[in-house]
Design a protein around this ligand. Structure first.
Ligand SMILES: [Zn+2]
Length: 859
């Protein structure tokens, strides 16, 4: 209703006023304000004692350097009064999106405006998220990124109008509170409430303002004079290993300080484990929020999960410098902070955790995801044009999270370690507590390296897409006569010009050390002249150490060699991981029979010792089985796969992480009579993979029984629900409901995704995979079109990552031609679909397209 009101209002306004006061924050408005407004301060007071609304008051002070109106953004529930420089202004100045403060009420220089307002508190769709605990407690926390600060309070909502914030919060008397600034005083006014006062902060971008309130339990630790506090909800405090988390945060901040050459830039550094948090973490200065579910281990974590948690901590800590101290000017440069945080996390992991292979982890968690999107017709460049802040959500995805750090790795390799660090330090010094763009970063690194990086910027920041590099090897009489690397764009979005890059080619020899040759890829065809005349290698790999940003297509001789035994003899787990990745790319390109890959996997799995690589091989094996194989092939192959997975899971000679990968894969595919018998036997077992059996595993098994619609599945579910009454148990019970194999259950859940106002996004997105389980593709196919039709609603009403999970689940649960046709028809029916939505659909459907091709070619 508010939306319609806004539109009616706008029709009467002149054109420029429309770009300034229309919905969201247009780039024109942001640029105008950045030029004319300075020295912003917010004095923000909120009362959160009511169940579904916050009553607030904010006094905004700023210096003005023009003579026009001032426009303030607000889309909370209600504005109740506006005062400018002590003069009351009519509420007609508010159009549902902005308040126009008339020039006549403003002064030359310093100004102050006070707004009284009311904003929503809700489980979903509000700037203050409310999480209700099964123990009866309520917890509140904010999540304003990227465009919701103005949903909480009237403000100049754009990253380059940084403001000092003084915050006061009134909450129930038995609650604790946390905000960006340190807490100074707590006062008990008359009545059952407490008022918390927080110090004025350093200059912050609006999206980084945060608070949390509730009956939290806290712990703290002090190292070298720095105290860090952690907040967790009462009902999960016992399960959380807070001491470990505190210690990891201390190590992370110390490493970042030494690398960046500047102290931690904010007053204090606390963190919160947020319940039902829709992200992995959020880097609010002084008040970092982490996802409670991924930070509390209910059973022994695998190596990968343990590393993942530490990487998240490192990522959010790196943001304190990259993102919080220096912020992108506008969300078109979102990649700058996200790419850096992930890249720095890997560098820190390399320094702090020398046993797990940080660059192997980096490859595995970034390259397949980046290439998976950058190869598609829906990809975009790192720098993404953004006309209005209310579309900023669309800029999130694999390009900023996975391609950006990969490009920074190439940049670091290109300029060397010393110049890279020097450039980064200069960049932070030049723009501290202010804003910058990608050009500023390349300028600083380029100066430090003594070489211009304009070309690099054009090809990696501004150009969408990526290259595929094909290895061509000619051997005669036991010697290399020619080795060529042939580049082509993965798709035709940005022309056929090659991407200039540096990489390291490796020639492997049996029983001899490998030969490594640095190469410059400048032309379409790169002759590796140094290889000419060398003895014929066992195999070649064009991207040794993963410096290059390109998908490698191996030459046929190398594939043959790897398949016939060489792969298992590669001693370096990092290289082995990339070679498995390159073989999987052959499958995804429909150039290798997936069953051939599966056979190789079955043969190599018993001797694979790497705790991160083995799970990746097992996952690809099960993907062949469940997605690429025809029904006949699946049924014929399944008993053998079940046998191998089961044997791996009970092999006491294998370490926990490896046995765990076997268990998880077994639970996800078991369906023969024998397999189901083993599955149910696990439910009453005391241990699994050598560790005590705990509820998360029991839930996975029960889920599988429900997916298969077995006779006693509902009874098992009821038993599990009764047994696990923890918050995590409630969440998993909701997911299990989505896994039911019935049209009614699917209809019920699909309706709830939109109609159930008490359903939080974390639960909803957690259940999408179960809803769309591949075995139920026939039941869920009818929802594919409605799921696509709902994209504009989801984009407007759900948080950053929900749309991607939604598309990924609904399209990813399908593998048929008819599903592909539905997606294509949707695109054809909507020729004017906004580009960002169209790109998201194209990015996601690419994998289905490949699946259909692979199934046709090899079945
Ligand atoms: Zn981040």
């Amino acid at each position: 209703m508010i939306k319609r009101l806004v539109l009616l209002h706008l029709l009467a306004l002149p054109l420029q006023a429309q770009t300034f006061t229309g919905p969201g924050v247009s780039i024109e408005l942001a640029q105008h304000r950045a030029r004319t407004i300075h020295g912003v301060r917010y004095d923000l007071t909120l009362d959160v004692t009511a169940p579904d609304s916050a009553v607030g008051r904010v006094t905004t002070r700023w210096t003005r350097s023009d003579s026009g109106d001032a426009i303030v953004d607000f889309r909370g529930r209600r504005l109740t009064s506006i005062t400018v420089n002590d003069k009351l202004i009519s509420l007609e100045a508010f159009n549902g999106a902005h308040v126009v403060l008339p020039a006549s009420a403003l002064m030359v220089g310093d100004n102050a405006a006070t707004f009284a307002f009311v904003s929503d508190i809700a489980p979903t769709g509000a700037s203050i998220i409310k999480s209700h605990d099964p123990d009866g407690s309520d917890y509140l926390y904010t999540l304003l990124v990227p465009a919701d600060a103005n949903q909480l309070f009237p403000c100049f909502d754009q990253p380059d109008l940084k403001a000092r914030v003084t915050f006061t919060l009134t909450a129930p008397a038995d609650w604790r509170a946390l905000a960006n600034g340190g807490e100074t005083v707590i006062q008990a006014p008359p009545g059952p409430t407490l008022t918390h006062y927080f110090n004025e902060t350093k200059p912050l971008s609006t999206y980084l303002i945060a608070f949390a309130a509730g009956p939290w339990v806290t712990a703290s630790s002090t190292v070298n004079g720095r105290t860090i506090n952690v907040y967790v909800r009462k009902s999960r405090a016992k399960e959380a290993d807070l001491d470990t988390l505190l210690a990891m945060n201390h190590r992370a901040v110390a490493w970042m300080e030494s690398y960046f050459g500047r102290p931690y830039p904010f007053e204090k550094m606390d963190f919160l484990l947020a319940p039902a948090f829709p992200f992995g973490g959020m880097e609010h200065p002084g008040a970092i929020f982490f996802n409670e579910n991924t930070f509390i281990f209910r059973e022994r974590p695998t190596t990968a999960r343990r590393i993942g948690r530490f990487s998240t901590i490192l990522h959010e800590l790196a943001h304190q410098w990259f993102g919080d101290l220096v912020t992108m000017k506008w969300f078109d440069d979102l990649w700058l902070k996200e790419g850096f945080a992930t890249y720095m996390a890997a560098k820190a992991q390399f320094a702090l955790d020398t046993t797990t292979g940080a660059w192997k982890t980096f490859y595995q968690s970034n390259k397949p995801a980046a290439y998976g999107v950058d190869q598609t017709a829906g990809t975009n460049s790192l720098w993404q044009k953004l006309a209005n802040l209310d579309q900023a959500k669309s800029n999130y995805g694999a390009i900023v999270y996975n391609k950006a750090p990969s490009v920074l790795k190439q940049l670091n390799y290109l300029v060397g370690e010393e110049a890279f660090q020097k450039g980064v330090r200069q960049f932070l010094t030049d723009h501290a507590y202010a804003n910058a763009t990608w050009a500023d970063l390349l300028g600083a690194v380029g100066t430090a390296a003594g070489k211009p990086l304009d070309d690099f910027g054009k090809n990696f920041m501004l150009r969408p897409g990526m290259p595929v590099v094909e290895q061509r090897l000619t051997v005669r009489a036991g010697k290399i006569t020619r080795l060529q690397l042939v580049q082509r764009p993965a798709q035709s979005l940005s022309g056929t010009a090659p991407w200039p890059m540096r990489a390291e080619v490796m020639l492997a020899y049996s029983g001899l050390p490998p030969v490594k040759i640095p190469v410059e890829l400048r032309e379409r065809v790169t002759e590796v002249a140094a290889a000419q005349g060398m003895a014929a290698p066992q195999f070649v790999f064009a991207n040794h150490q993963d410096y290059g940003y390109f998908l490698t297509l191996l030459d046929s001789a190398s594939i043959r060699a790897l398949e016939s035994g060489a792969l298992g003899t590669v001693g370096d787990p990092f290289l082995r991981t990339m070679l498995w990745g390159a073989l999987w790319d052959q499958v995804r390109e429909a150039q290798m029979d997936p069953m051939r890959f599966a056979r190789l996997a079955l043969r190599e799995m018993p001797r694979e010792k790497d705790e991160q690589l083995l799970p990746a091989i097992v996952n690809r094996l099960t993907r062949v089985l469940t997605t690429y194989a025809s029904k006949a092939k699946h049924d014929a192959f399944l008993p053998e796969v079940e046998r191998v997975l089961w044997a791996g899971s009970i092999d006491t000679a294998r370490p926990y992480s490896i046995r765990r990968a076997y268990v998880d894969a077994f639970v996800s595919v078991a369906r023969t009579t024998e397999g189901i018998a083993k599955l149910t036997s696990l439910l009453s077992a005391d241990s699994v993979a050598g560790e005590p059996m705990r509820d998360p595993t029991r839930w996975e098994i029960v889920n599988r029984l429900i997916v298969l619609d077995l006779a006693d599945a509902q009874r098992r579910l009821a038993e599990q629900v009764a047994r696990d009454t923890t918050p995590d148990g409630r969440r998993r019970a909701f997911t299990a409901g989505a896994a039911r194999k019935s049209a009614d259950a699917k209809r019920d859940y699909f309706t709830r995704y939109f109609a159930d106002k008490s359903l939080n996004e974390d639960w909803a997105s957690g259940s999408l995979g179960a809803f769309n389980t591949a075995e139920h593709a026939d039941l869920t196919l009818p929802y594919l079109r409605p799921a696509l039709d709902s994209l504009p609603y989801i984009q407007a009403n759900r948080r950053i990552f929900f749309l991607g999970s939604w598309l990924g689940a609904f399209i990813g649960g399908q593998r048929s031609d008819s599903a592909l046709a539905i997606v294509r028809k949707y695109l054809a029916d909507h020729p004017t679909l906004p580009l960002d939505l169209k790109q998201k659909v194209l990015q996601t459907v690419d994998d289905l397209d490949r699946t259909v091709k692979i199934r046709k070619r090899w079945n």
